[in-house]
Design a protein around this ligand. Structure first.
Ligand code: FAD
Length: 405
């Protein structure tokens, strides 16, 4: 393998995967980006109706700007932060059409598993002999499976939005599995979806920014449609709304302020129940009885709709056959995770730069970048992924040079 022939597989065409692909192409490497959805930035399109907190200039990398400018495409900038849909349509889609990424991205192509050719997980533990073997990726496209090879793999598959279960302790509550079809796990698109909630009772679980966004939208439905009720359940009696003092992101500050107001009872139809978790769900006629328990004692609420926004989860099954050392607390790669846990807890804007060495795994040539690299740590911003893409590709280049390729 020579540097010119280095072949990198990138899994996921979200912002970090796309940026990493541009970095590889800049070095003249072969790159294949596998994206399971029919369109890139699929995870972001899932909450496409929600406006981001970070402005355009924080949501693009210098490399993205160069690729767009080189293709004569306008660089999105200025004004309000984009919605998820605007981000995908104005930045990621045009990037895929630039010569810089020509032919690199395979849409509708899911990576099912990754292995090291000729070796199983327990063989050649982090040795040079292991590094000398290529990776095998099992792909599924249009219902057909095939294998592809790569010298290095970058896993940029992000986290599954709102995949966190509703039940106490982060496991599905009794009844949650059988009622899965009745549980909404996306941020409602309000006011577009108002009819589903107007005049009805909705349980919302979670207190992160997604739940806050849902509550802000539902507060407007409550105001517009008398008889609408919302029961807002939080494990914590006094949640952290995720906006520091003098928050430099005004939209985030406004959302957190609104959440605090609503939680303190400012909106008549919304009851905030702090210190309670979901212990069970059961059908009750056309409604659902939700059993809650916690510090204030048990209680059951009957609702028509359940909105679960209890956090996202990463899928580790992809690399089960590789030698990846995960953190037992966050599920993220251990070195970065240990660093993040050791950093003073802080806002995503005040995160220190973490060098790419922290993204190394025992598995040579395999890197997890982007939101997935932070596991359950909430402090990730997409600009972090741009720095990681740059650092990991530079590290791969250094490794190649070191083996005299
Ligand atoms: C409501 C909301 C608002 C947010 N607002 C902001 C904000 O204002 N600013 C900010 O910086 N961040 C924001 N974020 C976080 C932002 O979404 C992440 O920073 C960003 O999406 C992470 O990018 P990524 O490329 O790492 O992963 P993702 O965007 O999750 O992309 C992963 C891609 O991998 C694909 N994929 C997954 N599995 C496979 C597989 N097996 N094979 C092939 N492809 C696969 C997915 O389809 C997806 O396209 C927000 C998140 C949410 C939920």
């Amino acid at each position: 393998m020579s540097e010119g022939k280095m072949r990198v597989a990138i899994i996921g065409a979200g912002p970090s995967g796309v940026d990493a692909a541009l970095a590889c192409r800049e070095r003249g490497w072969e790159v294949d980006v596998y994206e399971r959805a029919p369109r890139a930035a699929a995870a972001i399109r899932d909450w496409g109706h929600v406006r981001m907190f970070t402005p355009w200039e924080m949501n693009r990398s210098a490399r993205m700007d160069e690729a767009l400018a080189g293709a004569g495409v306008a660089i999105p900038d200025g004004g309000a932060p984009p919605t998820g849909a605007e981000f995908a349509a104005q930045l990621i889609d045009p990037l895929l059409d630039t010569p810089a990424l020509d032919g690199a991205v395979h849409l509708g192509c899911e990576v099912l598993e990754i292995a090291r050719a000729g070796l199983s997980k327990e063989q050649e533990i982090a040795t040079d002999a292991r590094a000398a073997r290529h990776f095998r990726l099992i792909l599924r496209q249009d219902g057909t499976e095939r294998a592809a090879v790569a010298d290095a793999v970058i896993d940029a598959t992000g986290t599954e939005f709102a995949a966190g279960p509703l039940g106490d302790g982060g496991v599905a509550a009794p009844g949650e599995r059988s009622l899965a079809a009745r549980i909404r796990r996306r941020i409602p698109d309000l006011p577009a979806e108002s009819e589903s909630f107007a005049g009805r009772t909705t349980l919302v679980a979670g207190t992160g920014h997604s739940a806050q966004t849902a509550i802000a939208g539902l507060a407007d439905v409550v105001a517009a449609s008398p008889g609408t009720r919302v029961v807002w359940v939080s494990r914590s009696a006094d949640p952290d709304w995720g906006s520091p003092v003098d928050d430099p992101l005004p939209d985030r500050a406004a959302l957190a302020a609104r959440a605090g107001e609503v939680a303190s009872g400012a909106v008549g139809g919304i009851e905030f129940l702090g210190g309670l978790s979901v212990h069970g769900l059961a059908l009750a006629g056309a409604g659902i009885d939700v059993q809650l328990d916690g510090t204030p004692g048990p209680r059951t609420v009957r609702v028509d709709e359940v909105v679960s926004l209890t956090g996202s989860r990463a899928d580790a099954s992809l690399y089960r056959q590789l030698q990846v050392h995960e953190c037992y607390a966050t599920g993220a790669p251990i070195k970065l995770s240990a660093q993040l846990l050791g950093d003073a807890a802080g806002d995503c804007l005040s995160q220190p730069e973490h060098g790419p060495e922290l993204l190394r795994n025992p598995e040579p040539g395999f890197f997890i970048i982007g939101a997935k690299s932070y596991g359950r740590a909430p402090s990730y911003l997409m600009r972090t992924g741009f720095g990681q893409a740059e650092g990991v590709v530079a590290l791969l280049a250094r490794d190649l040079a070191a083996v005299g390729a």
